[in-house]
Design a protein around this ligand. Sequence first.
Ligand SMILES: [Zn+2]
Ligand SMILES: [Zn+2]
Length: 267
Amino acid sequence: MSAMTARLVDTHCHLDPGYFPGGPGEVLARAEAAGVGGFVVIGVGRDLEPARAAVALATKEPARIGAAVGVHPHDATTLTDALLDELTALAKDPRVVAVGEIGLDYHYDHSPRDVQRDTFARLIALARQLHKPIVVHTREAKDDTLALLASEGARDVGGIIHCFSEDLAFAKGAVELGFDLSFSGIVTFKSARSVHEVAGWAPIDRVLVETDSPYLAPVPLRGKPCEPAYIVHTAKRVAELRGMSLEALAEATTGNAERRFRRVFHA
Ligand SMILES: [Zn+2]
Ligand SMILES: [Zn+2]
């Protein structure tokens, strides 16, 4: 990728020690060599340790890393008042560029759906209070996701639908509510026809790319633990679906990420 001058931003990766016990150093170095100049590191888990780790990493590497902290829908039942207070204090850190990932996951249903909806609403309120965008995780919960984004006023802060895996109708609803669409390795899968359609349709100023590392490695690396360097394969596929060069896609998506997260990423 050394010929590419525009650099990519991985808008969604998990790098906490639970996934990369050796630390993020080599992973970041490989990403850098592949042309990745910025990272939004997501810190979510059963407790706030991953959130603290994400903020610590962004503090250590402020030029190229921003953090997002939240409560994943899988862990929605963990949101007590005390945890929300602690999360609020963490989310105020200027290195935290977004509240997330938050949302609804009716595929796994690891937390009861009513609790997921309640936690999602409370964290949208937190983002509004802090004037930070949100990173939304949604799976098999299209209608409730759009309904909550609308009823809770998420438009005021905007954000991104991460790891886009839904259909065109949902994409249109999300874009209308002020949300960007972030494409992961799923867009490289042959079977993901509706995602291909959305990647071709989406207004260019609303398109982002991500790895969701360590999950969902793109073709041709599918099945391996995913890491941010692999984003190049995802970006290539999105560019191809849009009839653009990789260079032009990198320039556009990096500009979008910098606008959305209101910061510049330097390599
Ligand atoms: Zn997710
Ligand atoms: Zn994630």
